[in-house]
Design a protein around this ligand. Structure first.
Ligand code: PBG
Length: 329
């Protein structure tokens, strides 16, 4: 009771504050999303993601060496697929010599110890910009999961350590785990986007990969029939527990900031590591406000990533990973 207890005593100097600090972020916590394109010597800035780039394979090798030297030891790969290779069935996604498969090998050749995770979903490969096969205005579930399992196997064969399905079809974790086991890939892990919401914060990412749902007759204009309703909390637990039963090694909540209540619920419920994806729109908002001089970029970045960890994330996928690593150095 006051004045016997004065909480400010524990805040008087930075030394005492650091002694009693509950949450410490470090480069070990981060997973770095990377966008890959065809070509040579390509480093293109993404218009809606200032200071974030798409790399061709030669410059990807250079970038991952730099990340490793900053203490960033895990990457999450996404590819921008040339328009002429897109279709409605993910054919190119299974190409053993496709861009993703070559990107995996490029990273492993450049930094063998780097943990390589790969995005598994059809949207970058889809002429319709959907995460699954589209038929008569619907996204087919089971036809899609069969392709996704083959895609995961193809990434495992190319050397991926973890596959990361971001599609939200039902049963995809089971299909993937079963095929990986059958084919002898017992050590290939699955990080499942378990509670992935139908969010308006993915816009800049869809610019980066040119993967937004197309505006065509009979094609759903959004992903609401597979991604979760932002209004739902209980459902996130159900999705996540099912993914763990089906064989997910790591579960993920996405986006970050608006969903930290979900992160804590899940952390309190599950016995596997919980990841959070601080998504492209969250990145873009901070960049835009900082450019205008309205927010202190570095301070906000450290505050948000610390908040994500405090909420319960053991792994943070973030476009700010490199900034954070440099700030903590
Ligand atoms: C699609 C996918 C998306 C993201 C990762 N994988 C976007 C979407 O669902 O449309 C978003 C990541 C971000 O916004 O940073 N499979």
């Amino acid at each position: 009771m006051y004045p016997l207890r004065r909480n400010r005593r524990l805040r008087t100097t930075e030394t005492i504050r650091s002694l009693v600090r509950e949450t410490i972020i470090s480069p070990n916590d981060f997973l770095v999303p990377l966008f890959v394109v065809e070509g040579k010597g390509v480093k293109e800035e993404i218009a809606s993601m200032p200071n974030y780039y798409r790399y061709s394979l030669d410059l990807l090798a250079k970038e991952v060496k730099e990340l490793w030297n900053l203490g960033l030891k895990s990457v999450l790969l996404f590819v921008k697929v040339p328009e002429n290779l897109k279709d409605n069935s993910g054919t190119e996604a299974l190409n053993a010599e496709g861009l993703m498969q070559r990107a995996i090998k490029t990273v492993k050749d450049a930094v063998p110890e780097m943990l390589v995770m790969t995005d598994v979903a059809l949207d970058p490969y889809s002429i319709f910009g959907h995460d699954g096969i589209v038929s008569e205005g619907k996204i087919l579930n089971d036809d899609t999961t069969a392709v996704l399992a083959e895609m995961a196997l193809s990434h495992a064969k190319a050397g991926a350590d973890f596959v990361a399905p971001s599609d939200m079809m039902d049963g995809r974790i089971f299909e993937m785990r079963t095929l990986l086991e059958d084919e002898g890939f017992h050590d290939t892990g699955i990080m499942s986007y378990s509670a992935k919401y139908a969010s308006a914060f993915y816009g800049p990412f869809r610019d980066a990969l040119d993967s937004a749902p197309v505006d065509k007759k009979d094609i759903p204009k959004n992903k609401n029939t597979y991604q979760m309703d932002p209004a739902n909390r209980e459902e996130a637990i159900k999705e996540t527990l099912m993914d763990i039963q089906e064989g997910a090694d790591i579960v993920m909540v996405k986006p970050g900031l608006c969903y930290l209540d979900i992160v804590r619920d899940i952390r309190n419920t599950v016995d596997v590591p919980v990841a959070v994806y601080q998504v492209s729109g969250e990145y873009a908002m901070i960049k835009a406000a900082a450019e205008k001089g309205w927010l202190d970029h570095d301070a906000v970045v450290l505050e948000q990533t610390t908040a994500i960890k405090r909420a319960g994330a053991q792994i943070i996928a973030s476009y700010f990973a490199k900034d954070v690593a440099k700030l903590l150095f």
